[in-house]
Write a protein that binds this ligand. Structure first.
Ligand SMILES: CC(C)(COP(=O)(O)OP(=O)(O)OC[C@H]1O[C@@H](n2cnc3c(N)ncnc32)[C@H](O)[C@@H]1OP(=O)(O)O)[C@@H](O)C(=O)NCCC(=O)NCCS
Length: 206
């Protein structure tokens, strides 16, 4: 069932398992602070397995796919960040770690080594944000789909779905260099909760 239909022909629907490889590609194609990161990684699925796979696997009902001549974007959320993290520590990270441990991580490039460290020791989101904003989300659209109101419509869909499921607030992390995303989230009502050199955290009460 299509959840959103745009006049220009794009649709947003619930995630389907066949979308997974293409959604991992969207993650890579937007993985350098919103810009294409395909040339930066030899391990092409690694970013997707960290930032997309967990949601598709454990929160498929909060995973939405954009279709624009094929898969062109996603919006993903976790309703309860704490229990999501607990599930991933038992059922996701061990599998991903096993996969990459068997691929000679000493030969990874520096970016891949950073991701490998992340998989070895996945950071937990600070309690101070999770208590007030228990849900979190990600959104990424391929360049061809950007700047046409699609991101905003997908965010409103995710926020409404989280609200319906009883969430009292949502937070997100964004790359410190992604000023475009900061403007985008601010226009949707998010406020800055915290920032460091790498990542800014924003939140919205629902
Ligand atoms: C960030 C992103 C999700 C925004 O989605 P989008 O479809 O391009 O944005 P929209 O067209 O829906 O714009 C919504 C609002 O944000 C504003 N906005 C979007 N891009 C902007 C930009 N580059 N500069 C200033 N404002 C911008 C729009 O003007 C619009 O404002 P309005 O509601 O007042 O008209 C999308 O561009 C994207 O996926 N970028 C690459 C990946 C990325 O950076 N993801 C976020 C990681 S944290």
């Amino acid at each position: 069932m299509d959840l959103i239909t745009f006049d220009s022909g794009e649709i947003v629907r619930k995630y389907q398992e066949q979308d997974r490889p293409d959604l991992y590609h969207v993650c890579l194609a937007t993985g350098d602070s919103g810009a294409d990161a395909v040339h930066l990684y030899d391990q092409k699925d690694m970013l997707g397995e960290i930032y997309v796979g967990p949601y598709l696997t454990f929160q498929p009902e909060l995973s939405f796919t954009l279709i624009q001549d094929g898969v062109a974007g996603y919006a993903l959320a976790a309703l309860d960040t704490s229990s999501f993290e607990t599930t991933l520590s038992k059922e996701w990270w061990p599998l991903i770690l096993e996969k990459y441990s068997s691929r000679s991580p000493e030969n990874f490039n520096d970016r891949e080594k950073n991701l490998y460290s992340y998989i070895q020791n996945p950071p937990l989101r600070p309690k101070k944000f999770v208590n007030q904003y228990p849900s979190h989300l990600h959104i990424d659209l391929l360049e061809k789909a950007q700047g046409r109101g699609i991101g905003k419509a997908m965010m409103l869909l995710v926020l409404e779905t989280l609200r319906e499921q009883g969430s009292k607030g949502v937070h997100l992390g964004m790359g410190a260099k992604n000023s475009r995303a900061f403007t985008f989230y601010t226009k949707l009502g998010f406020t800055l909760l915290d920032k460091n050199d790498q990542e800014w955290t924003m939140g919205l009460a629902l």
